[in-house]
Design a protein around this ligand. Sequence first.
Ligand SMILES: N[C@@H](CCC(=O)N[C@@H](CS)C(=O)NCC(=O)O)C(=O)O
Length: 203
Amino acid sequence: MKFFHSPGSCSDGIAMLLAEVGQPFEVVRVNLARGEQRSADYLALNPKGKVPALIRPDGALQTEFPAIALWLARSFPQAGLMPEGLEAEVRAIELTDFIVSSIHMRGFTFISVPAKFVQDPEAQKALVAHGRAVAEAGLAHLAEVLGDKPYLLGEFGIADAAAFYVLTWARARDVPMAPSLHALLDRLNARPSAAAVKAMASA
Ligand SMILES: N[C@@H](CCC(=O)N[C@@H](CS)C(=O)NCC(=O)O)C(=O)O
């Protein structure tokens, strides 16, 4: 497998899942700050110009966090990333998609890059405030789902890998979150797969 990755971005969540799966893969760094996601070479491979992206062993390109996560979980069931049965699977996808599409895309994206959307400095401030409110509300929902379980849906799974990157961003940006989510982030950081993600960043 070939994994297109930008450390510190949402692809950290897929990096964690790849490390959990334990199959060989090559990391190709895509430097978002330098705009490498919009280079002709990268767009020829992935016209969406985003990370994460994965070239699977069959040579096909897989994009979109929830789809990559589902593909990894189902292709390597021995890693135990997804519980058995439709109800459990659909709940895992539901939560993973909420983290990526709502907390990340409608929250942290506006906090991090408001200038991508509006030019006026006052409008940028308003967008950051809106993003913070969306992220905070989304994190409050995650805390409710987590309850007193060790991981979001009980056992470690794909939604926790999505939580790994948004909780990291929340802590770094002082977005308020429940003590239970800080504890979840500490638990995730203690997994060997989190150490592997950090090693990918410094490689
Ligand atoms: N819907 C995509 C979102 C991926 C995404 O937004 N990736 C960001 C990094 S966190 C990216 O590549 N941004 C580069 C850009 O938009 O130019 C997914 O689920 O994978």
